[in-house]
Each structure stands twice: as structure tokens, then as C-alpha cells.
Design a protein around this ligand. Sequence first.
Ligand code: FAD
Length: 495
Amino acid sequence: MKKSISIIGSGFSSLSAACYLANAGYEVNVYEKNAHLGGRARSFEQEGFTFDMGPSWYWMPDIFERFFADFGKTPSDYYELVKLSPAYRVFFEKKEHLDIPSSIEEIYALFESIETGSAAKLQKFIESAGFNYKASMDELVYRPGNSILELVTPDTISRVNQFFSTIRASVRKQFKNPKLIQILEFPVLFLGAKPENTPAFYNFMNYADLVLGTWYPKGGMYKIVEGMVSLGKELGVNYHVNSSIGRIVTSGNVAKGIEVNGKIIHSDMVLSGADYHHTETLLPKNLRMYSPTYWENRTFAPSALIFYVGFNKKVDSVMHHNLFFDQDFDQHALQIYDKPEWPDNPLFYTCFPSLTDDSVAPEGKENAFFLIPLAPGIKDSEAQREKYFEMVMDRLEEHTDQSLKDHVMFKKSYCVNDFKADYNSYKGNAYGMANTLRQTAFLRPKIKSKKVENLFFTGQLTVPGPGVPPALISGKISSEMISKHLLKQIDHAVI
Ligand SMILES: Cc1cc2nc3c(=O)[nH]c(=O)nc-3n(C[C@H](O)[C@H](O)[C@H](O)COP(=O)(O)OP(=O)(O)OC[C@H]3O[C@@H](n4cnc5c(N)ncnc54)[C@H](O)[C@@H]3O)c2cc1C
């Protein structure tokens, strides 16, 4: 009889693990508490608009290709990708902006036009970033995070200093122009921590940004979810929505299954892709690995205030992706990480996918997504949300010289309380636990429970970390560990 595996949650890490485990011959059931699959990458439709609720940047296309190639497929079997050109626009103070081109040669020229000598420096910086990208994606990020030795390779030994200096120090040593500094410090924000707390080795994110480019799946990011679910179904995975797990069923210290909407379902293994902290609350206290103090002392990625907006006209002077770096970054970061409070003058991000894709908004209208990073756990109220909507709309109108507020057909907000209620997210974090030096690789929460036999974890709170590509990788790592574990159990049974 096939061994059975219950997977909690349907985020990218769970969807990835489900495909690998079904392909390895196990009976796989995915249980999602919400009505739609995809976790933080769900989408919704309103008045002819289609909104991606979470991720919007498609970076590291090679990781998606590798995922589908593991099943003899390519992303193009499931969705059509377009490369954005320019990749994105950055707004600065004094109503200035820069467009980041889609080719590295044009980026060198852009840098040189702003700071003499910076093209050559960028070339060297990118060489190092490319080396680190290859070292990481070929090997390091696919390791299970069991031991420090996993990080010891000839490549990392030659760059050990980059683990003890920061991305901020390494950028600022070479570049002086504040705009160039902001462009080079931006990509590590995807890892959830400040550039001064992120090891310089993570400059591979700059390689992902400037060399590999920014892509978009036609129809929206949800097309990736649909593609992975479709692949999973081809492989025999069963998906269950509106299926909230109330507890992990244990006998002694062995996981025996899950309780779904009050009903017990037995399985040989349990894999959770729900937020790690929440998953442990589904166990008796003595079987949890990490204490409340442990979680309290971690650096979490920010939460966010998000607006999904339908405009009744096309919006001018913006790109598909727009970063508003027109306010003091350090002050906003302080109010996220060090002194958690609502930011006085936040940086924000806005995305207009209907500029690239007619299918996500009715003709002549614009689909908009606004995101303000916030401290996790911050008190969230309707009044605060409204105040910040006014603020971002004022800034957008001012920078782009057009009236927009009168053209809002509808808006939906999403913030800390929604992250908690919808995803059981710790303090309402948006994208998990940050990748700081002390929260990297073997220092992250473990994939295999040390206290409960047959219980495994996947997702953005474990290895390798936050983001869609890491979630795909996390699913692969956890599924390989489960397969090995099951084989070991069979060996023992035979002996
Ligand atoms: C607003 C936002 C913007 C982002 N932007 C980007 C981006 O542009 N590019 C990028 O690469 N990444 C981005 N990310 C990060 C990326 O989306 C995440 O890292 C990734 O999707 C996380 O996947 P996951 O599998 O770890 O978990 P999740 O997507 O959180 O999935 C966990 C699932 O478990 C379910 N669950 C929880 N508790 C239970 C329970 N008791 N029973 C059953 N189910 C349960 C939840 O409902 C959820 O569906 C963004 C994230 C957010 C929120």
C-alpha cells in the first residue's frame, strides 16, 4: 500500500512538495484552510479586475525552470512569461525618477551617466554577485540546513569575509550617489531584513535583479499557482480547500495524522507549509521545539498594508513596477525593525499589471496594487489604513502630475489583522522570517521536527527563506527529507 502524506497549507512550498512527493509514489493530500489554493499568492476578482493578493515580482526564472524540469516540463507548458522592459521605475525626492533597463549593458551606461567610474565598479560587483548566485543556486540553497558544514564549500571559504560584512557596507564602499546606493540596496529587502543586517554574500539578489531580469506571467502570478496545481493533479495529488487543521494527531511522540474541521484523518507523515509558529501550536506544548521567547527574539520580515484598487481610467507616468524611494529609507526601516510603529513617511511600492496585461482589468481601466511595509504585530485599524491610503495617493498624484483619487472605482485593503486571520501568520508577518546572518541556513527553524517523529516543515520560515523561488526550493528539500526518512523506516522494518 502507498504511504500517505498529509500536507498542511497550499502555499508555494506545499504545492512544490506535493508534486515531488506524488512523483515519488506517495499518496498526497493537501489541506488548505482558505477557499482558494496558493497561500499568500491567492488572487481575487472584482468588477472585471483580477488582483494577485501577494507576490508580484517574478525573479529568478531559472528556479521555476528547474522546478518544472524535475517533472519533464517547462513553465511555458503552464503559463506565458514576458520580460519587463524597463524592469521597473524608482521614484526619488524632488519628483525625479529612474527607469531600470532590462539589459545589463544599458544598466552599466545608466550608472556611468549618474556617477563617473561607477560602470566599471558595477561590473566588478556584478561579477561577484554572479559568482555567489551560481554557488548558492547550484548547491547551497538546496541543502536542508542541518549543519554549519553545509555552508563550507571551496566557494564559500574563498568568500568567508562576505558573511561577516554587510550588503550596505559593501555597496557604500564602492558607490557614492544616493540613487545608485538605493538601487543596489533594494533587492535584499526581499529577504526581509535591513541591508545593514544582511550579509554581503546575499549580493546574489543584485544578480537576480539586474542580470536575470524581472518577468511577468501573463494573467498574473496566480498562473504559477494554477500551473503547479495542474501539474500536481497530473501526478495524483488531492487538494482540499476550506479544510482547517485544528491539531496534529500524535501518539506518544509520533505524528499519526491531522484533525481537519473536527474529523481525524490518519497518515504516515505530516508536512506543514503553514507558518511554523502556528504549526507548533497544533501540537501539545511538550512536543513543540521552539518557545514563545524563541519566536519573540527572531527578526521577522515586515508585515504590510496593501491596497487593491480599480481605477476607472488608465494611469499615466508609471511602469508595471514602481518603487517610491522619495522618503528617508533609514527612518522607515527604524520604524519597522527597531522602534515598531506606524511610519511617519513610508516608502511604498505600487504595481500596475494592466499596463502589461489587458486581461487583468476591463478596457480603459487600470489595476493597481499598493504596498507599504510595516512592523509585524503593529496595531491595525480602519482609520490608520484610510490615513495611509490618502498619503500614498497624494504622493502618486504629486509625482505623476495627475488626479487619481476621483478615479477610484473601488479599493480593498489588507493588513496585519488579515494576515493573522487568513494565514495564521505570526504577528501578521507578510513573508516570514528574515535572512539575517543569525537566521541563515542551519540557524533557521528545522525542516524535520526533533521532537515529533514523522513531522516535517516547509515554507518561508524554514530553509532557505522568504520569497516564491525559495518556497519552491523549500518544498523540494522537505520532500527529499521525507522520502529518505520513509525509506529508512522501510529498511528498519525489513531488518
Ligand atoms: C504581499 C506580499 C508580497 C510578496 N511579494 C513577493 C514577490 O513579489 N516576489 C516573491 O518572490 N515573493 C513575494 N512574497 C513572498 C512570497 O509570496 C512568500 O514567501 C511565499 O508565497 C510563501 O509561501 P509558503 O509556502 O511559505 O507559505 P504561504 O503562502 O503562507 O502558505 C501557507 C498556507 O497555509 C495555510 N494555513 C495556515 N494555517 C492553516 C491551518 N491550520 N490549516 C490549513 N491551512 C493552514 C494558509 O492559509 C496558507 O495558505 C510576497 C508576500 C506577500 C505577502
